[in-house]
Design a protein around this ligand. Structure first.
Ligand code: KE4
Length: 427
């Protein structure tokens, strides 16, 4: 595969863009090699600057669930942007998308749009602290909620721990109130609640973990978090930036039947444009400025062009067959990959929830970050490059999630499995 232009662009990019990218995972550090520079996307495919075609399982890390350059989304964007890009004043489009979100997610009675998932989770935590008057929060090892200081925290040793900064530049003081528990381990959460009873404002969790590879909640885990937070007068925050409108139109809370107090959204709700959102019960949301004292603001929040892209995307997803198709194609992909790996004697652990899936190169059952880390990242890297060379673009890290879109049909899945069989046969 010829990638000369991508390589030249990568060299040029690294002179002015840190690492040549605007988000670290794109630099291929997790798998080696240099990234492909994308010229355009269409449906399930990406085309790089050297003219190579790829079947895309990143989908911009989740947003492109209806496929790239969907005509309805493009038309909505074009119609809107012709009237101007941004006004810094309210527009009707913000009401329309807000009403659509409120209608889709019963736990969201009121919503605030922001510009990224990071802003959504950062604001939801500030709101939870303002609403409860408490400072501590619980997050889970291996869950990622964006790069706000208080969430860039690694677990220390032991099961239930005080957070330690996960990045230079994050002062101890910023994470002193961040407690770290283990995903799928209610005991580790109960320990923190008994140790810091009355001090914990909220538990924030990816209801389906998508940032340590894909790790589903075990039966009872989310229900247990709901019970513990209820008993302790703490808020339960579902970070559905990745799962919102992804695993179901109503998100993971619709799949598992657990109702959080606050929900964070992103990715799909912007249809590929920079949109995040947080929302929840009216009595909580009323604490946010300008109605309440909890301050949060944003120049481009509710940007009309982004609202139009999000609205058009959700309107396509409202077609009742959408999630059936996503489910069918994703199951075919996941089951197919598992079978092909078995045929070649490669130990893998496959996970899937809706149209999110992950092929862990380990023989362990993956239920949390520790077990996810048993995966053979070298072998994943070889698999990734073998697939990329043959025109299938997977996540450039073992600890990410693969996404199927409505544009991935039978032919696309069959092609993927055919290529995977060749690549796994050579591992
Ligand atoms: P953003 O600030 O990147 O829009 O959203 C942060 C975020 C929050 N919550 C969850 C559950 C997320 O998955 C994310 C971002 N996801 C990563 C993918 N693992 C974005 C890709 C990237 O960092 O470039």
């Amino acid at each position: 595969m010829q990638t000369t232009i991508s390589q030249n662009l990568f060299e040029q990019a690294q002179k002015v863009l840190v690492g040549g990218v605007n988000s670290p995972v794109r630099a291929f550090k997790g798998v080696g090699g240099s990234p492909r520079f994308i010229a355009r996307g269409s449906g399930a495919h990406l085309y790089d600057v050297d003219g190579n075609e790829y079947l895309d399982y990143i989908g911009s890390w989740g947003p492109m669930i209806v496929g790239h350059a969907h005509p309805q989304v493009l038309a909505a964007v074009q119609d809107t942007v012709l009237n101007g890009a941004s006004f810094g004043a309210p527009t009707q489009l913000e009401i329309k998308l807000a009403e659509t979100v409120v209608q889709a997610v019963p736990a969201i009675e009121m919503v605030r749009f922001v510009n990224s998932g990071t802003e959504a989770t950062m604001s939801a935590i500030r709101l939870a602290r303002g609403f409860t008057g408490r400072d501590k929060i619980i997050k889970f090892e291996g869950c990622y909620h964006g790069h706000a200081d208080m969430l860039l925290v690694q677990a220390g040793s032991g099961i239930a721990t005080l957070g330690l900064p996960d990045s230079p530049g994050v002062p101890e003081a910023a994470v002193t109130n961040t407690l770290v528990a283990k995903f799928n381990n209610l005991e580790s959460v109960a320990q923190l609640f008994s140790r810091f009873s009355g001090e914990i404002a909220a538990v924030i969790v990816e209801p389906v973990a998508g940032n340590m590879g894909l790790v589903p909640p075990m039966p009872g885990f989310l229900e247990g978090l709901r019970q513990l937070t209820f008993e302790q007068d703490s808020l339960l925050i579902f970070d559905e930036v990745m799962t919102g409108f992804r695993v179901a139109y109503g998100g993971a809370q619709a799949v598992y039947g657990v109702t959080p107090d606050l929900t964070c959204l992103g990715k799909i709700v912007g249809g590929g444009f920079p949109v995040g959102a947080y929302g929840g019960r009216k009595e909580i949301m009323q604490k946010v400025a300008p109605v309440g004292p909890v301050y949060q603001a944003g120049t481009l929040s509710g940007n009309p062009v982004a609202m139009a892209a999000g609205l058009a995307t959700l309107q396509i997803l409202q077609n009742p067959d959408s999630y059936l198709q996503l489910e069918t194609m994703s199951a075919r992909l996941a089951d197919g990959l598992k079978n092909v790996a078995a045929q070649h004697g490669i130990p893998v652990y496959q996970t899937r929830v809706g149209s999110m899936s992950c092929l862990f190169f380990t023989e362990e059952k993956v239920t949390d970050f520790q077990s996810a880390k048993t995966a053979n990242t070298e072998r994943y890297g070889s698999f990734f490059h073998g697939m990329l060379e043959r025109g299938v673009y997977l996540a450039p890290s073992q600890f990410e999630t693969a996404f199927v879109s409505l544009a991935h049909g039978e032919n696309e899945i069959a092609r993927t499995l055919e290529v995977a069989s060749k690549v796994l046969g050579q591992l």
